[in-house]
Write a protein that binds this ligand. Structure first.
Ligand code: DLL
Length: 435
């Protein structure tokens, strides 16, 4: 265990600490973030109304829309010269969600990722291959700083270049892998081509997250690699990876509650739900300096329990993510909203407003196919013109969303019409299947 003092803290001590930290945070955002001052004033809340965690539900929610409205830096609670790092993730309409960290925030993040690795028994003797993407995405650098904090040897290889990735794993004697679960499977599949026998590797554990996966997928990864596979969860808005992590019990993910308060709400009414009930996860940052979000609605669906865990950690556990309240897809680790694709199509303007996204897993890689209807006139035109339009759309999707997609232009009325909500997405991956 990386930090027994905090990870095993009694619930009553933890609550005292949380209350103090919450009070400080509320005070700080009220005075430093005009958005929160306005929001609290409108809700009739003054900082002194919040005395403990029991008052949490009096505070208004923060949403992705609020981040977008305050793009890029207007929700920051410190002057920009105190911000030492910026990360970002894709947003619903093409605008990114920008997040920032002070030096102190970076230290906390490293601490929480060290705890995460500690949950899987990682020590300074390990060699950790970080195959999450480095860059604006939080996965690479988040895991990197945590691994360094533990004193392990970090191989900052980032994603991609799979054969070399495997060769390095063999040559360096990597013991820990950190990447998305789908990439772990893809790597396993590529091993024979790279001339690597997975059973010859020293790999012992893996920390997988950033996208939904199931217990079945865990079994598959564990069997193929002969490792123990841990689910790790997080989101850029809250800190990145390091919000919660499975322990050896693999029975839910411990939320690092000395830094984040967690609630589950009914996504329709906003009402706080008791332990054991399924709803939307909401987090409040109580130690972040640069971007301390209050009651941030994640749109991730889960269940919380405070029942003691056999590992001894006192921090609440969340069930692995069970779905989303919106239509966000995660394709090869990239968050994609159908509305982003729609706006690219509308921008191009040569197709009809009827489209469908078909997401599948080919081998172990996500595959996105976009079907778009074109007018009768265009469809009966030269094949060459259709091909040109297909490749133009493909390039535009790649440059705006950063993902590759297959594009198929289809005849008018090919895509089934609906009387209610259009069924835009066919996701054949079954990513939230729990068995
Ligand atoms: O994906 C942070 C991260 C990096 C987590 C590496 C774990 C490992 P975002 O790009 O902002 O941040 O995407 C956050 O990804 O709201 C979930 O919908 C989804 N997600 C993250 N981890 C898991 C997981 C990073 N373990 C969004 N299971 C979140 C299911 C996950 N979904």
């Amino acid at each position: 265990m990386w930090n027994p003092e905090m990870e095993l803290m009694s619930r009553s001590e933890l609550q005292k600490l949380q209350s103090q930290r919450l009070k400080n945070t509320v005070e700080r955002v009220y005075h430093n973030v005009p958005f929160y001052k306005k929001k609290f004033d409108e809700a009739g809340i003054k900082p002194e109304h919040i005395q403990s965690v029991a008052d949490l539900a009096r505070l208004p929610f923060t949403t992705k829309q609020d981040l977008r409205d305050n793009y890029p830096l207007n929700l920051f609670a410190v002057p920009q010269d105190e911000v030492v790092r910026i990360h970002a993730s894709s947003g619903t309409t093409g605008k990114m969600t920008v997040v920032g960290y002070t030096r102190h925030d970076i230290n906390i993040w490293a601490e929480l990722m060290a705890r995460t690795f500690g949950c899987g028994g990682v020590t300074h003797k390990d060699i950790i291959q970080v195959a999450y993407g480095y860059g604006l995405f939080t996965g690479g650098l988040g895991a990197h700083y945590g691994a360094e904090k533990i004193g392990a040897t970090v191989v900052p290889i980032s994603g991609g270049n799979t054969k070399r990735q495997l060769q390095i794993m063999a040559d360096f004697g990597t013991t820990v892998l950190a990447c998305t679960p789908s990439y772990a499977l893809y790597m396993a599949e590529t091993a024979p081509e790279a001339g690597i026998q997975l059973s010859d590797l020293k790999l012992r554990v893996g920390f997988f997250g950033a996208e939904p996966w199931s217990n079945n997928m865990r079994k598959e990864i564990e069997a193929k690699w002969n490792i123990k596979a841990f689910d790790i969860y997080g989101l850029s808005e809250i800190i990145g990876p390091g919000v919660s992590s499975e322990c050896m019990q693999q029975d839910g993910l411990h939320v690092w509650e000395d830094h984040f308060l967690v609630e589950v709400i009914d996504p329709n009414t906003g009402e706080v739900l008791p332990d054991g009930e399924k709803g939307e996860l909401v987090f409040t940052c109580i130690t972040k300096e640069a971007l301390p979000l209050i009651r941030y609605r994640t749109r991730d669906i889960s269940i919380i329990t405070h029942e003691p865990c056999a590992c001894g950690r006192t921090h609440a556990r969340m069930h692995r993510v069970m779905g989303r309240t919106d239509d966000m897809l995660i394709i090869r680790g990239v968050n994609v909203f159908p509305s982003q694709i729609e706006s690219v199509l509308l921008e191009i303007g040569e197709t009809e407003p009827h489209y469908q996204l078909i997401v599948d897993r080919e081998g172990n890689l996500d595959d996105l196919e976009i079907w778009v209807e074109v007018s009768e006139r265009l469809f009966s035109d030269e094949v060459r013109k259709l091909e040109q339009l297909e490749s133009y759309i493909r390039r535009e999707i790649q440059s705006t969303l950063g993902i590759s997609a297959k594009v198929k232009l289809v005849e008018p009325k090919t895509i089934a019409r609906s009387e209610g909500k259009a069924k835009r997405i066919i996701d054949r991956r079954d990513v939230y299947k729990q068995s």
